[in-house]
Design a protein. Structure first.
Length: 341
């Protein structure tokens, strides 16, 4: 049994979900919760039946965990990951990995230096339809990839349902662009095996009165000059059945492939007709699958497929940060991880 602590509960819904997944996994157990705010941390720890600590070092020294899950505001991820890694803890960090490229790169490096695993909470990889799409493309069933379109639209994250820091640029790194584009970019990288090379983006505030963008359109050029379009907007209406609307379409020389999370369906179109793979709505629990993947990776001493690493988190942050630069320059901006040569 792997003992795990939660460092930061500012992203309360995710902290509670991951804690629940731990309890159901049979692989790990939650032994304590840290948050700098007793008002936030105490009720979460009480609900989860574990002790609360206002000091992260004291929590680690008291409970002797093997791993930590970081669910703080994004601008505190680096601080908490560095603290955990320096004490030999493996880490699963909430996404986005950081608010800027320097912090994300530092997190990857400190975990490498201390020989611990760093995972990023990219859950879309754990949808069976996303893994199937990756395999279908690899087998050449739709030919050579020529383009991608994807989105991860969501409800505007407003209180009291969501914590206020998510719409604070300093704490979150921005608005909808960095909040949701990282999921889509990671899914595109995961399915295609290609790295982003350059980005052109435009943002706006169309649905709310927030000081950060609630809508964006991001054009990405991947390796092999494959173009992609990403919609990370907070544009899902309150009356919608789902809080989020994740979709991905791949276009190849011999067919296309479409994923729609709302229908839980994967559709392949090509020279031999149309095939649709449908799954039961709302299944599987991707948080559960991700947490179990993290724990199984620790048990085996290596990052297991399809878990997202710290490097995967860094690549997505690079794209988001390049997109913000592009908004200001109104031009394509290279990403640090892409090769323009």
């Amino acid at each position: 049994m792997i003992d795990v602590v939660i460092l930061g509960v500012e992203h309360g819904p995710h902290a509670r979900s991951y804690a629940g997944a731990l309890g159901r996994s049979g692989l790990g157990r939650l032994v304590g919760v840290y948050d700098s705010s007793p008002e936030l941390g105490t009720p979460v720890a009480s609900d989860l039946g574990v002790p609360y600590f206002a000091d992260a070092v004291q929590l680690i020294e008291t409970t002797h965990p093997a791993a930590a899950i970081v669910c703080s505001a994004t601008n505190r991820h680096r601080e908490l990951v560095e603290l955990a890694a320096a004490r030999g803890l493996h880490v699963l960090s909430e996404k986005p990995l950081a608010t800027n490229v320097d912090d994300a790169a530092a997190m990857v490096e400190v975990c490498r230096t201390h020989g611990v695993q760093l995972h990023t909470a990219f859950v879309t990889r754990f949808y069976p339809i996303v893994m199937q799409a990756r395999d279908i493309l690899a087998r050449g069933e739709i030919g050579t990839l020529r383009g991608m379109v994807g989105g991860n639209r969501g409800r505007p994250p407003l209180p009291p349902r969501y914590p206020a820091w998510i719409t604070d640029a300093e704490a979150a790194g921005g608005g909808a662009l960095i909040d949701h584009s990282v999921h889509v970019v990671d899914a595109m990288r995961f399915v295609s095996g290609l790295e982003a090379k350059e980005v052109l983006a435009e943002t706006g505030t169309l649905f709310t009165n927030l000081k950060v963008e609630d809508s964006a359109l991001v054009s990405v050029v991947f390796g092999d000059d494959v173009p992609a379009s990403v919609d990370p907007s907070w544009s899902v209406t309150p009356t919608n059945v789902w809080d989020y609307d994740f979709y991905l379409r791949l276009v190849g020389t011999e067919g296309s492939l479409t994923i729609a999370s709302g229908r839980e369906a994967l559709q392949i179109s090509g020279q031999h007709g149309v095939r649709t793979h449908a799954l039961a709505p709302f299944e599987p629990d991707v948080d559960q699958a991700m947490v179990e993947g993290f724990l199984q990776s620790l048990a085996e001493g290596r990052v297991l497929h399809p878990c997202a690493t710290g490097e995967d988190g860094l690549r997505a942050v690079e794209v988001a940060c390049a997109a913000y630069v592009s908004v200001k320059s109104e031009a394509f901006v290279p990403t640090a991880g892409g090769d323009l040569g």
